[in-house]
Design a binder for this molecule. Structure first.
Ligand SMILES: O=C(O)CCC(=O)N[C@@H](C(=O)O)c1ccccc1
Length: 369
């Protein structure tokens, strides 16, 4: 049986509040969704590329073009041959575009799993049926505003707080949060590559606050400098942007560039590579946690399933839908006792609510195969 075709759908999701990081401020999420239609079932994938190439080199329009011109046309036409491994092999000749590849691979996997009745968590090897949830807090205009935001998230039950930092917004906000919420609050920071090795002495001031980790302090392509920085800080270094594959993770571990890895399936090309990184890190005693890219409920469902694997020993950025969206395109993920349940249904276990999806849809494009 032939696969019927692939839909590329762009949706615009307003954020409940601006989300400021060291590389810019998001007020709405321009999301590219991929839907693979086969005679047996259809599957969804969410491309995590932002509207502009500020987090990494990928961006939504570029991902759509890579899918339209190269990745979708490369898929096997025969549905019987189309499994997630065949999809991965078909995309190998094309370099980069990992977020685009991840979205298509996930949609193929979701279609296959919905047809077979197996859940995403079962397929990946989930060891738990709920996961503890952290929350990412953006850079704010003032420390009082930050403390109010953190108080709200602590009240909601988040078990870990991540603060975005950048030069000029680091020691003071971290000290204020630690002083206000005490030493037991699980607290970490994310610099999104905003510092240089010459800032080491300043970053070492964060060692006073018992942080779980400092995420991506230096440039994404600089493992050697991260290894040198790791020797100057007591706070463990976690890498995000630097790790785009299991090979990168192996190199980072062997160089001592990080002792914790933020696993983002979109950044590394899909959930199979994400699991490979999980397996590699676990073999080396390196903790991993599931990062986030402000996903809708579709990507969130897949991330929560991944976060249930045994090596995910730190709370991830797997927040409830309400952290970012007043109305999610799927039934919302709602925190329960600081945890989210791992969807148990076939495939992702969630699907878009048609009328909500229609409301936020900007464009849709059908690629017949
Ligand atoms: O909770 C989430 O989904 C977002 C977590 C988060 O802080 N993501 C950061 C990051 O660098 O990890 C990010 C923000 C905006 C855009 C890309 C990435």
């Amino acid at each position: 049986m032939k696969i019927t075709g692939v839909e590329l759908r762009r949706i615009m999701m307003p954020l409940v509040s601006p989300f400021r990081t060291s590389f810019g401020t998001e007020t709405a999420r321009d999301v590219l969704l991929v839907r693979v239609v086969t005679p047996e079932a259809e599957g969804w994938g969410e491309c995590v590329a932002m509207a502009e190439p500020r987090y990494s080199s990928e961006y939504a329009d570029g991902a759509a073009e890579a899918l339209r011109r190269f990745l979708v046309p490369a898929l096997p036409r025969n549905a019987a041959e189309l499994d997630v491994h065949a999809a991965g092999r078909a995309m190998e000749p094309f370099k980069g575009h990992r977020m685009a590849k991840a979205a298509l691979e996930t949609a193929v996997l979701d279609a296959r799993l919905r047809a077979s009745g197996e859940s995403f968590g079962s397929f990946l090897g989930a060891a738990r049926d709920r996961v503890p949830c952290g929350v990412s807090v953006g850079i704010m205009d003032s420390v009082p505003e930050l403390l109010d935001a953190v108080a709200g998230y602590v009240e909601e039950g988040y078990v870990r707080i991540k603060l975005k930092i950048e030069p000029g917004w680091d020691v003071a906000p971290v000290r204020a949060v630690r002083e206000r919420f005490g030493d037991d609050l699980m607290l970490q920071v994310d610099a999104n590559a905003a510092y240089r090795l010459s800032d080491a002495h300043h970053l070492a001031r964060l060692d006073a606050f018992g942080l779980l980790l400092i995420e991506q302090p230096l440039a994404d392509d600089d493992l050697v400098q991260h290894a040198r920085l790791a020797k100057l800080l007591r706070t463990p270094i976690c890498l995000d942007e630097s790790i785009e594959s299991a090979a990168h993770a192996a190199a980072a571990i062997s160089l001592g560039a990080c002792s914790i890895v933020n696993v983002k399936p979109g950044r590394v090309g899909g959930y199979l590579e994400a699991r490979r990184i999980h397996d590699l890190c676990r073999a080396h005693g390196v903790a991993v946690w599931c990062g986030g890219m402000l996903e809708t409920g579709l990507g969130r469902a897949a991330n929560v399933a991944l976060a249930a694997l045994p090596g995910f020993t730190l709370p991830g950025d797997t927040s409830g839908s309400g952290r970012y969206y007043a109305t999610d395109i799927t039934p919302p993920f709602v925190l329960d006792g600081g945890h989210l349940p791992v969807p148990a249904g076939p495939g992702l276990g969630v699907e878009p609510v048609p009328e909500i999806l229609d409301e936020v849809t900007v464009s849709t494009e059908w690629i017949a195969l």
